[in-house]
Design a protein around this ligand. Structure first.
Ligand code: FE2
Ligand code: FE2
Length: 171
């Protein structure tokens, strides 16, 4: 059984993951508007992953007899100055999510809730990959500068991102 404090934090984290999903879907729409379908595809997969993150916490809460209380999801930004600016915003967002995951794990440790801490460790590890993935794209876009053919090649590369696999609560 998860205590009230942790239940509140987990409900807040579901909201944050769903907001992440909404943000990346918005970035997808932005890239589609620029005919950068590869970047859009990458962001759509990112949006699906974030929804799965929310569901992973949802499933864990149900499994542990907690009460899921869904909260309003804030509207995302809808436009960015450049493709690089969008990916930089994504990186900043992932850094924020890493901070949230670390804080939730710390709270679970402080509350001696080992099961929740264990579940959150999956997210802590996942965030290392999440940040690295976006960081690599940001670095390449910076190298390219305003190089149109480079951006075209990059768009083609991002088009090959595979769909996410299901991450069950018990994993
Ligand atoms: Fe996430
Ligand atoms: Fe993420």
């Amino acid at each position: 059984m998860v205590n009230e404090k942790i239940q509140k934090a987990l409900n807040d984290q579901i909201q944050a993951e769903l907001h992440s999903s909404y943000l990346y879907l918005s970035m997808c729409a932005y890239f589609e508007s620029l005919s950068l379908e590869g970047c859009g595809h990458w962001m759509k997969i990112q949006a699906q992953e974030e929804l799965m993150h929310g569901l992973k916490i949802y499933d864990y809460m149900i499994l542990s007899g907690s009460r899921v209380l869904l909260q309003p999801v804030e509207g995302p930004a809808t436009t960015w100055d450049t493709p690089l600016a969008a990916f930089e915003a994504a990186l900043k967002h992932e850094q924020y999510m890493t901070k949230r995951c670390n804080e939730l794990a710390s709270l679970a440790i402080a509350e001696k809730d080992h099961a929740t801490n264990n579940m959150m460790q999956w997210f802590v590890t996942e965030q290392v990959e999440e940040e690295a993935n976006v960081e690599s794209i940001v670095s390449k876009l910076k190298l390219m500068g305003k190089d149109g053919p480079g951006l075209y090649m990059m768009d083609r590369e991002l088009a090959s991102r595979a769909a996410p696999t299901v991450a069950p609560a018990a994993e």
